[in-house]
Design a protein around this ligand. Structure first.
Ligand SMILES: Nc1ncnc2c1ncn2[C@@H]1O[C@H](COP(=O)(O)OP(=O)(O)OP(=O)(O)O)[C@@H](O)[C@H]1O
Ligand SMILES: [Mg+2]
Length: 238
């Protein structure tokens, strides 16, 4: 597998606050990686830093072998990094379909159809306003909008947060389809540790802005003690 993203010894934060203290991680083409850890350890900050949305103090980032340390957020997304933030950004006053085509100059109808195939629920509600959608539907729309940019790497920040089990299953099924059928690499931040471990091939555990464990998810599934040691809050029931 070729190296898609390399994040090397990165220190980053917000203004005077340093959150990431020398984090390194790699994602290969088509790989599924989960990033887990307690609240406030820097998971979202890691994704934001990959998108160039934090203050980076040191360290480097490369994409497909090219140095992107100084590239802006828009350039990174055009290169193929898709980011679905924890906040589920949808335009409340626009319909589902308008949300999908908003702000994009030329959007082939087949890309919108592809989004609907992945999330049939959005097709059923294509004329509904963004504000009328359930939390799960908003999450699907947020993911679908990001996919219209045809990312090769999808950064998902707690996509299952606060959602009913049936909706979580639909989302996980869509992520699985993207990964298996289209080879999209996925970096998945999730508090639902079991779901994350079942989905990903490799896990990275963060604590206090540093990587404290990294390895195949099979290792963590076989030895729950590793997760318990690093993540006391472990898998709270949904
Ligand atoms: N925009 C911001 N400005 C200043 N500090 C921030 C900002 N966003 C996050 N922080 C701080 O950075 C630290 C790490 O936050 P981050 O959002 O990365 O954690 P997280 O691991 O994603 O947590 P959670 O599981 O709660 O989503 C926290 O102490 C948080 O208060
Ligand atoms: Mg977060």
């Amino acid at each position: 597998m070729s190296k898609l993203l390399e994040f090397s010894k990165v220190e980053a934060g917000y203004g005077p606050l340093t959150v990431l203290h020398g984090v390194s991680l790699e994602i290969h083409a088509g790989e599924r990686v989960c990033l887990i850890g307690r609240n406030g350890v820097g998971k979202s900050t890691t994704l934001k830093t990959i998108m160039g949305l934090t203050d980076r103090r040191s360290g480097t980032l490369s994409w497909d072998g090219a140095d992107i340390t100084r590239s802006g957020t828009v350039a990174r997304s055009r290169m193929g990094i898709g980011y679905v933030p924890q906040t589920r950004d949808v335009f409340p006053s626009l319909s589902v379909e308008e949300n999908l085509i908003a702000g994009l100059r030329s959007r082939p109808a087949r890309d919108v159809d592809r989004a609907y195939r992945l999330f049939p629920r959005l097709h059923e509600r294509r004329n509904n306003g963004g504000a009328e959608l359930s939390g799960g539907e908003q999450q699907m729309l947020s993911v679908a909008r990001t996919l219209l940019g045809r990312p090769r790497l999808l950064l998902l920040d707690e996509p299952l947060e606060g959602l009913a089990p049936i909706i979580c299953e639909e989302l996980m099924h869509a992520f699985d389809t993207l990964s298996r059928e289209e080879g999209v690499a996925i970096l998945f931040v999730e508090q639902k540790v079991q779901e994350a471990l079942q989905f990903a091939q490799r896990a990275v555990v963060l604590d206090h802005g540093a990587v404290v464990h990294e390895g195949p998810t099979s290792e963590l599934l076989a030895d729950p003690g590793i997760v318990d040691r690093h993540i006391a809050v472990a898998d709270a029931p949904a």
